[in-house]
Design a protein around this ligand. Structure first.
Ligand SMILES: [Cu+2]
Length: 169
């Protein structure tokens, strides 16, 4: 029983990775060509490393985010107001059952779905379980405002889980 649950959890986490590729199989290297660079992030309990990010408009970045903390974290890219909206939504959703960090209790409780459902595809988001590494592929927009990356699980952003995304050139 416990083993089954673990496999399901891993399956959910792996989804963004597979979504990034086109069809996998023997043509896996094709999607690699579209990636301009890979940036490794570490998500700890209430911090991200690095603490800021410099990007160039139009580049495609693959983020590899390793959660080395003991809590579940998310990595969401969006402008500051969209992040704030997302936080409010997360807070409302957490209201009834608190921030337990327990997996598997609710079938559809997945941060990835939440971000997509509530805010459209403009907010790339991935949820990372403790000890797991998640991938997110993102192309930097041409004309963006104040972008930042953040973990919007209640209390985390406030504790420092965010960073500025600055455009270079
Ligand atoms: Cu967090």
């Amino acid at each position: 029983m416990r083993k089954t649950l673990l496999i399901i959890t891993l399956g959910l986490i792996a989804t963004p990775t597979f979504a990034a590729g086109k069809h996998g199989g023997s043509h896996g290297s094709e999607s690699e060509a579209d990636i301009d660079r890979t940036i490794r992030f570490e998500a700890g309990d209430m911090w991200f490393d690095p603490e800021g990010l410099d990007i160039v408009s139009g580049e495609t970045i693959r983020f590899e985010i390793a959660n080395t903390g003991n809590l579940e974290h998310e990595f969401v890219i969006g402008d500051t107001s969209a992040q704030e909206e997302h936080r409010k939504m997360m807070l409302e959703m957490a209201g009834s059952h608190g921030e337990s960090g327990v997996h598997g209790g609710h079938g559809g409780h997945d941060g990835h779905d939440m971000a997509e459902g509530g805010l459209g595809s403009s907010m790339p988001a991935v949820t990372i379980a403790p000890g797991e590494t998640a991938e997110l592929v993102w192309t930097a927009p041409e004309n963006a405002g104040d972008l930042e990356y953040a973990c919007n699980i209640p209390g985390h952003y406030e504790a420092g889980m965010y960073g500025d995304i600055d455009f270079q050139g």
